[in-house]
Write a protein that binds this ligand. Structure first.
Ligand code: UTP
Ligand code: MG
Length: 649
């Protein structure tokens, strides 16, 4: 008796008292995977049988179940679960975390349960309670599916219960064991010629049928193609694109997620009433000339598509409209809807198009999310997400991302096949939406790959305060150079630091090769220059403006002019120079006047004056003696006539 349970699910055991739920749970799961109502009643009321504590107990149980599901852990609920309102609470928790609710019903004869109950000291209720439970169970059986349980297993009698074996099912979207390498291809929209050209450019060899139509493609390096959806509509040959992609998928050479356009086409082919807009009429016309058997295959193909995939050990997620982290590897209606359409704010822009929620700007996940859906002039990585829809059908290009190398390969569209509602190639105004205060406030753990450090909330707040007051604008501040680690103080006489201590430190840290370069006395400066001159700045190691506008502007103009050939050579709009700025005195003059002079003057006024002139070379030593109190001593043998100053600290 095999019971299939999705790897990540909320399993509700259903059965009358004495049906063997707790025994079943102990047999099949780890104690930490099982949340039992008895345990939670005990937790909140010191009495596992205190029915008056049930409401509080379930509140805590649901809370713990939610935490486990959020972390992606299978959770089993051991309670009678005989009433629909009790089960509704579990379905709600499962839905909130986009996991499938599963019911396993233990259906034993009431007489057997009564026999067992009588033998237990911890169950003191009468037979009529069990009878009522049994009636509830019968009523429950045909309600479970309606209540939202996606899998319902009913085990009838002790034999089936004892023979049951749990088998875990991977979710359809789980392809973590596929490592590619992949060629992930953006929205094709019926541009078959461009798709063929792109595949050839990527090294694929096309396989054609006897009429010369491409029906498959093979890569000599056994790469796998991944289509982000929107194969159809608007373009000149949607059936041709489908024929090729369906062939590649069937041969195991490609995988494909559905786009909103496939979804709508499938609804139309399934006889639903959909609006004939956004290039669907063209596709229907093209399909009308095809063999009905092919159209039927298209329908089956689209119906079988899974809305997103998690690939390569969970490092890569592909979904047509992208996917926020909480939805990766989950299964629910809203996960599918997000993957197909994205999330919209409910508003429309000046072109009547829906305003999209900027999920990518908020994304902080470690898996790269690759998607299409919204045409963009140039694919751009935003927080480890990238949109590959470069508007081929609108006269843009068809783009692929090679994984894991993250190389972009594109072919231009032969022409504009369809006029976009919104001009495609207007560069969107940069916004600072990417800056989120939640990234920098509060207690933070930072992983370096070789270690971890914790920034206490108060340190983060202090740093934010200082940066907020003194640093250049945060969106400009793309790089802060690390500070130099000082080496161990030297024991060589007359040296504060010595190369021998630096080498010893490096050797102790396991560094076996060191490159030494002559260093001029300068000041660390980060210089950002752009061809257009926007966002240019010079800042210090702590992110503060280096000079101030009077000196910055002419210096930036000079660097910009000198860098002009590099912009072309590197094909970039901006450069960042992590530099040692010379002469140091240009900055030091101001520093000496504004920062150090006052300290120096105070020092001279307070210490050893007037006779001791040691301040330039000797440090002052403060000693305390019982006889003379606190003594400032310059540490140098006193010359005749030097006055010793004493006084309170
Ligand atoms: P359980 O304690 O497993 O039942 O078994 P339950 O469904 O969880 O009951 P409630 O809802 O918490 O009250 C009840 C008694 O039956 C015995 C157990 O040892 C326990 O004493 N039992 C269970 C068997 O003898 N055989 C079985 O196969 C299962
Ligand atoms: Mg029990």
């Amino acid at each position: 008796m095999i019971i299939d349970v999705p790897e990540l699910s909320l399993v509700a055991l259903v059965g009358i008292s004495g049906s063997g739920k707790s025994t079943f749970a102990r047999t099949h799961w780890k104690p930490t995977q099982v949340l039992s109502s008895d345990f939670f009643r005990g937790l909140v009321a010191d009495d596992e049988n205190d029915q008056s504590a049930s409401s509080d107990a379930f509140e805590v149980l649901h809370y713990v179940a939610g935490k486990r599901l959020a972390a992606g852990r299978l959770t089993v609920v051991d309670a009678t679960n005989l009433q629909s309102h009790a089960r509704a609470g579990l379905v709600k928790v499962a839905r909130e975390h986009d996991v499938l609710p599963v019911a396993i019903v233990l259906d034993v004869p009431e007489a057997l349960a009564w026999e067992r109950t009588q033998a237990r000291e911890d169950r003191t209720f009468g037979r009529q309670v069990l009878t009522r439970m049994h009636r509830d169970l019968r009523r429950s059986l045909n309600q479970l599916a309606k209540e939202g349980f996606r899998k319902i297993h009913v085990l009838r009698g002790t034999e089936q219960i004892e023979a049951a074996e749990i088998r875990y099912e991977k979710l359809f979207n789980d392809r973590k064991d596929e490592h590619g390498p992949f060629d992930i291809i953006g929205d094709v929209h019926g541009c078959r010629a461009e798709l063929e050209a792109l595949l050839v450019k990527l090294g694929w060899e096309l396989v054609r049928d006897d009429r010369g139509r491409p029906v498959d493609a093979v890569h000599p390096d056994l790469r796998k193609a991944v289509f982000v959806g929107d194969l159809v509509d608007r373009g000149p040959d949607s059936p041709g694109v489908l024929r090729l992609v369906m062939g590649m998928v069937a041969a195991g050479h490609a995988i494909c997620v559905p786009g909103n356009h496939e979804n709508k086409l499938a609804r139309k082919l399934n006889g639903r009433n959909v609006q004939l807009t956004h290039g669907l009429p063209e596709t229907l016309e093209q399909l009308a000339t095809e063999d009905p058997a092919f159209v039927a295959e298209v329908r089956t193909f689209i119906d079988g598509l899974v809305s997103h995939y998690v690939l390569d050990n969970g490092n890569l997620v592909v979904a047509h409209a992208g996917l926020k982290e909480a939805y990766h590897g989950r299964a629910s209606g809203r996960v599918r809807s997000f993957a197909l359409y994205g999330e919209t704010t409910g508003e429309t822009d000046e072109y009547g198009l829906p305003v999209r929620h900027p999920w990518a700007r908020e994304y902080r996940g470690s898996a790269a999310v690759v998607y299409g859906h919204v045409p963009t002039p140039v694919p751009e990585w935003i927080n480890n997400t990238i949109c590959l829809d470069t508007g081929c059908v609108f006269g843009g290009a068809l783009t692929a991302l090679r994984w894991p190398s993250r190389e972009l390969v594109a072919v231009p569209a032969a022409k504009e096949y369809y006029a976009p509602v919104k001009p495609l190639f207007t560069t969107p105004a940069r916004s600072d939406e990417g800056l989120d205060i939640a990234d920098v406030i509060g207690r933070k753990h930072i992983d370096f790959g070789y270690g971890r450090t914790t920034v206490p909330a108060e340190n983060a707040a202090a740093a934010l305060e200082v940066m907020g007051r003194f640093a250049v604008a945060p969106e400009t501040l793309v790089w802060l150079p690390p500070t130099m680690a000082p080496c161990t103080s030297s024991t060589v006489d007359g040296y504060l630091e010595h190369p021998s201590s630096a080498f010893a430190d490096l050797r102790a840290a396991g560094v076996d090769r060191v490159v030494c370069e002559e260093k001029h006395m300068g000041s660390r400066a980060v210089v950002r220059v752009s061809a257009s001159g926007t966002g240019d700045a010079i800042w210090t190691r702590t992110g503060r403006p280096f000079f101030g506008p009077e000196l910055d502007e002419p210096l930036l103009a000079g660097v910009r002019a000198a860098a002009a050939p590099i912009f072309d050579e590197l094909d970039t709009d901006w450069l960042l120079l992590d530099a040692e700025l010379l002469p140091w005195s240009a900055k030091a003059g101001g520093l000496i006047r504004d920062h150090y002079a006052g300290v120096g003057a105070a020092g001279r006024a307070a210490l050893c004056r007037p006779r001791c002139r040691c301040w330039s070379r000797w440090s002052h030593v403060v000693t305390t003696s019982p006889s003379s109190g606190t003594v400032w001593n310059c540490g140098r043998p006193r010359s005749p006539g030097t006055r010793r100053r004493t006084g309170p600290m």
